[in-house]
Unconditional design. Structure first.
Length: 50
């Protein structure tokens, strides 16, 4: 069995100019049940989130 989950988390990106910029990105994680335990078998990040 394969399960995909998708999220749009936000992080804070500190820049050298001391400006803090919010950063939204897409996160996709693929999980597979192997021997009774869920394991991450795929991970993908995309910027920008739109």
């Amino acid at each position: 069995m394969l399960v995909l989950t998708i999220a749009v988390p936000e992080a804070i990106l500190p820049l050298p100019s001391l400006v803090v910029v919010p950063l939204a990105f897409r996160l996709t994680i693929g999980l597979r049940k192997i021997d009774g335990q869920w394991s991450v078998v795929h991970e993908h990040h995309s910027i920008p989130a739109t």
